[in-house]
Design a protein around this ligand. Structure first.
Ligand SMILES: Cc1ncc(COP(=O)(O)O)c(C=O)c1O
Length: 408
């Protein structure tokens, strides 16, 4: 076995992974065409064209583009009827926006632990967290891997609670042949730089529900109503619109994402086939209803017990030295400083104590087991995938056979 790079050996890889996002000529042409021929903001045909196409791409009737995924979340929560003091069930293993948008809607994030096999909201734990104040359940399709939508939709139906999807990372993911986003009342996407479709910043809401869609339109557009006057404001909304240059950049990506998804699928398969053979590394699972997943980020689990108890962080250091950037990803959201809440600032949170929360699966995954690869690592060719596999094999084999070399 060759010497590990952390011990002075040659790294497996010194080349970077493919660039993301890609400034292709299609994107440049689309922006210039809009600059020269179309409106740049509100009312631009370039915006409505994108909204129609993205709705179709996600198997939804309606789409509203927004300035970010975060503003899309806020708009969606307001349009779903979430009011001050209401509770919204979310997982604690996600990007902060899932929780902060709930707080920004003057509502209460209620955390429910995740399923260790998928890192998604555990449907078996949801019903225990429902109270008379629960006004929405918001699963997150983590890394593009759909949450268990049949189970979650059934719970929503039983308790008459709308299901809102945080599909920020799940462009093109499918549940039983239908794209995610509009499986419940509505869902959001992000087009922030790292996402599988990117405009630098941006977001979208999709839905099949006309009334909800019209409310989203209002909340994202200064409280205006469709068909109403320009200076007529029926809701407390804001300017959360996306500009036409961003929607123009996104248009060609509705086509190019098909190739990217195929590439991500192929590379995921290559990695799964090889990494799945390594004792002590567990592949991330999918639910039976998943017919396609966006593979935004490749996730696995590290089991220190299989490596003489050597902690994950040593595995990361060794992998990074080999030129493969693995890292821990999210921490449990309720531990973020923002949840040490000041009741003068957040009076509706009086009586909720986030500091006493402890979610065993989230904490084990976040603190000890999760292994993330950067999103562009699935965009390379077969050799790029092989480099990742070689690094996993090289490092795990050293951890197993010469644990003493990992002592400080
Ligand atoms: C799960 C999740 N929700 C919400 C967001 C918020 O999106 P944005 O960064 O576009 O505001 C993100 C993206 O960063 C995300 O990953």
């Amino acid at each position: 076995m060759s010497k590990l790079a952390i011990h002075g050996g040659d790294p497996i890889r010194t080349k970077p992974f493919p660039e993301w996002p890609r400034p292709t000529s299609d994107l440049k042409d689309a922006i210039i065409s809009t600059l020269e021929n179309d409106g740049w903001g509100v009312g631009s045909a370039a915006i409505s064209r994108f909204e129609e196409q993205f709705a179709r791409f996600q198997d939804a009737k309606h789409c509203i583009s927004t300035s970010s995924g975060t503003t899309a979340l806020w708009v969606m929560l307001k349009a779903a009827g979430v009011k001050a003091g209401d509770e919204v069930i979310i997982p604690p293993y996600t990007f902060i926006a899932t929780a902060s948008a709930v707080l920004m809607a003057n509502a209460v994030p209620v955390f429910v632990d995740i399923d260790e096999n998928t890192f998604n909201l555990d449907p078996n734990l949801i019903e225990d967290a429902i109270t008379e104040k629960t006004k929405a359940i918001m699963p997150v399709h983590i890394a593009g891997n759909p949450a268990d939508m049949d189970a979650i939709l059934a719970i929503g139906q039983k308790h008459d609670i709308p299901i809102l999807e945080d599909a920020a990372q799940a462009h093109g993911s499918e549940w039983k042949g239908t794209k995610v986003g509009a499986l419940g009342l509505g869902g959001i996407f992000s087009f922030q730089t790292s996402k599988n479709m990117s405009a630098g910043e941006g977001g979208a809401i999709v839905s099949n529900d006309e009334t909800f869609y019209e409310k989203c339109f209002s909340y994202h557009n200064c409280g205006r109503t469709k068909g109403g006057e320009f200076y007529e404001h029926s809701f407390l909304g804001g300017n959360f619109r996306l500009n036409a240059m961003a929607t123009s950049m996104l248009m060609p990506q509705i086509d190019s994402i098909f190739n990217d998804m195929a590439l991500r699928d192929a590379n995921r398969q290559r990695l799964d086939d090889a990494i799945g053979q390594i004792d002590g590394i567990t592949l991330n699972g999918t639910y039976e209803g998943t017919t396609r997943q966006a593979n935004h980020i490749y996730l696995t689990r590290y089991n220190a017990d299989a490596f003489h108890g050597i902690p994950r962080e040593k595995f990361f250091k060794a992998m990074q030295a080999e030129g493969i950037y693995t890292y821990m990803g999210y921490t449990p959201l309720y531990r973020e400083k923002l949840f040490v809440t000041d009741v003068d600032e957040y009076p509706w949170l009086k009586g909720y104590d986030y500091s006493s929360l402890s979610m065993p699966v989230t904490e084990r995954i976040a603190d000890e087991e999760a292994v993330w690869l950067k999103q562009n690592h699935l965009l390379g060719d077969a050799q790029d995938a092989q480099d990742i596999i070689d690094a996993f094999e090289k490092v795990t084999s050293a951890l197993r056979t010469s644990p003493e070399s990992f002592q400080d």
